[in-house]
Design a protein around this ligand. Sequence first.
Ligand code: SF4
Length: 132
Amino acid sequence: MTMIKVSEEYIAYQKLLVANIYNWKDKAACISLSSTQDFFDNKDSNLHNLSKRYCQKCPVWRECLYTSMVNQELYGLWGALTPKQRKTYFNYILKEATNKNISFKYWSKELNEVFVEYCTPEKVSEYFNFSV
Ligand code: SF4
């Protein structure tokens, strides 16, 4: 996965993120399972099954995916996507940012806005051709 360098702006966004959504995990549909081995299973098929069971009815799906993208989470199920899917989608968002002439060398307000825009059910469903 392409790593975006940390900057002062990135740290400010991290603080903002934590302030805004610090308790979203309490509303997670997977709250009883999120710390179990199942959620960090290496097999994509197992994660897909969990995604169908939990993520599709999760009220904090968007926050979950956005958080995983901002933190570049490498493991587990986040926002209905497996690590492989998130890597693909992350690179797709960076490509879209490039098309908008937004640099992804450092985290910026503009780059953050692209991530917010693309962490929506509509965009993810369109990209992967499935409903979330
Ligand atoms: S979207 Fe899925 S992985 Fe994320 S909190 Fe909801 S149920 Fe858990």
